[in-house]
Design a protein around this ligand. Structure first.
Ligand code: ATP
Ligand code: MG
Ligand code: MG
Ligand code: MG
Length: 494
């Protein structure tokens, strides 16, 4: 088994042997007003790609810490999305181009493990190319030797990169690995992105865009004077493949936290399904959420984020509270983070030794947030109990035939005034045989959201989206999507 630290080491060694300069990861918080967090390996290199600065080297490589808040709702549900992950990149600034990038990628993934490579089975690799990128298609087919039926052409929604504004752009070629029929249907990445798992994206920056209307609607002005390469390989995805795991939450850097959470709650991970990659049993999803969020929180606090009510601080707060809440939904009522965070530290310190020296500060911040959330929960529980009693009394007064129902306004007040999460309200009311008027709750949330939107519009401040976000919390997936749309306007890759 190849552990994640070894996969990372091999990456850097390989590109160093191929004349790339190793550049350390930038912190998760980077000086870029469009980004909440660094979300791709190329972010620190942006001034070079935009021609604003001259790069000190022609070739560089890095393993960049990334956080994608937009992926939070995927965690535990797909097999391949973490909120924190590491993107391995190799970059060419006017040096090698399409053929060089494809040959370098192919060389590393197919070289045998004894030769410092990853030793993937070449027959299982399915590249994609942009609709009309015949050049990339020919390199894959004629030079590398991939049969045409394994090369998929995909349109700009999947395989064209730009920054959402006039400037550099170019087609991508993504690498997918076929994990086998037990993971899903035949037919390639266009059919099943769980069986065919994307692990590497090669971006060929070759043209200048004069106008960008949306992801797939833009005008090309002409070729760039200097063509560049930007690639991103998901380190955790490669670890999933090389460690033969079903999903990202089972690799060496993540799984020990999941195992600890299972032990603390007396759950047996995956017992509800033969194949844990596809298990959507709530217990399994909660365990994966705990493992992911604890690790992300460790990395975020390590890079200087503190819990707060907006922006980056709110993302951290939400992750910590979601982890604690997931433990609670698994039946665990005691303080959880003092048990879990040190387990994550043990796994991450090999690659990030500074986490260990800083752990006193990091843990104090994390544990303090759990304590604050526990107080919120205690307060909310008292109020909820009163509301539940009232709901039962009203039902009894009506003759006791209908199911007692907690009014939407009570659920909303709990959420809004006391920060008491709606799923806990549902669960705890349910335990006492009381339903919640979900429609009423949703209506009040929508009204509040519209007010917030109007407010934000009026303010037109650069941070308006975080204000909206404050109002949207806890409603569920659609709100994360709305937030994602607002917070990743400056999203760089893919
Ligand atoms: P997906 O389609 O699976 O969401 P993506 O196309 O959004 O991935 P890119 O923006 O192309 O991803 O990023 C480059 C690489 O980073 C991907 O090929 C993948 O290996 C990795 N990656 C992206 N998002 C995540 C994530 N949330 N967790 C782990 N790895 C990721
Ligand atoms: Mg991609
Ligand atoms: Mg993709
Ligand atoms: Mg994605």
């Amino acid at each position: 088994m190849m552990d994640t630290a070894e996969i990372r080491r091999r990456w850097l060694d390989y590109f160093e042997r191929n004349n790339h300069t190793v550049v350390p990861s930038a912190p998760l918080i980077y000086d870029d007003p469009n980004l909440l967090f660094v979300n791709a390996g190329m972010v620190p290199f942006k001034p070079y790609f935009l021609g604003q600065q001259t790069p000190p080297w022609d070739r560089a490589t890095s393993v960049q810490k990334c956080v994608r808040t937009g992926d939070i709702e995927e965690v535990g549900k797909t097999s391949r999305h973490g909120t924190f992950f590491q993107m391995n990149g190799n970059f060419s600034f006017g040096d090698y181009f399409k053929e060089g990038a494809i040959r370098l990628a192919w060389g590393l993934i197919t070289a045998s493990r004894d030769d410092g490579g990853y030793g993937l089975d070449p027959e299982r690799i399915w590249p994609t190319v942009y609709t009309d990128d015949d050049e990339a298609f020919a390199i894959w087919h004629e030079q590398i030797g991939i049969p045409t039926e394994r090369i998929t052409r995909r349109d700009a929604n999947d395989n064209y990169w730009h920054m959402g504004v006039p400037g550099p752009g170019g087609p991508c070629s993504e690498l997918f690995y076929d994990r086998g029929s037990e993971f899903g249907a035949d037919g390639g990445p266009a059919v099943d992105e769980d069986r065919f798992m994307e692990f590497w994206n090669l971006v060929f920056m070759q043209e200048e865009l004069s106008e960008v209307r949306s992801k797939a609607d833009f005008d090309v002005a002409g070729p760039l004077p200097k063509r560049n390469i930007d690639t991103g390989m998901g380190l955790e995805r490669m670890a999933t493949l090389l460690q033969g795991k079903d999903n990202l939450y089972e690799i060496d850097e993540v799984y020990p936290v999941l195992a600890k959470a299972a032990q603390m709650t007396g759950k047996i991970y995956g017992e509800h399904s033969g194949h844990s990659a596809t298990s959507s049993h709530p217990d399994d999803v909660h365990l994966r959420v705990v493992a992911d969020h604890v690790r992300s929180s460790l990395m975020l606090i390590g890079d200087g984020v503190t819990p707060g009510n907006e922006g980056r601080g709110y993302v951290l707060r939400r992750m910590l509270r979601r982890a604690v809440r997931a433990m609670r939904l698994l039946g665990y009522r005691d303080k959880a983070l003092p048990e879990l965070l040190p387990v994550s530290l043990e796994r991450m310190k090999a690659s990030y030794p500074e986490l260990e020296t800083d752990f006193g500060r990091i843990s104090q911040i994390a544990y303090g947030e759990e304590d604050a959330f526990r107080r919120t929960l205690d307060q909310g529980t008292t109020i909820l109990d009163t509301a539940v009693t009232k709901a039962k009394q009203s039902a009894a007064a009506l003759g006791g035939n209908g199911t007692p129902t907690l009014p939407g306004s009570e659920a909303f007040a709990l959420h809004d005034t006391y920060g008491f999460p709606i799923d806990l309200t549902l669960e705890m009311a349910g335990e006492q045989g009381v339903e919640v008027d979900r429609d009423g709750f949703r209506r009040l949330m929508t009204e509040q959201r519209q007010r917030a939107k109007a407010d934000a519009k009026a303010k037109k401040s650069g941070h308006a989206h975080t204000e909206i976000w404050k109002e949207l919390r806890e409603l569920g997936a659609t709100d994360w999507q709305a937030y994602q749309a607002l917070s990743t306007e400056g999203k760089i890759v893919g």
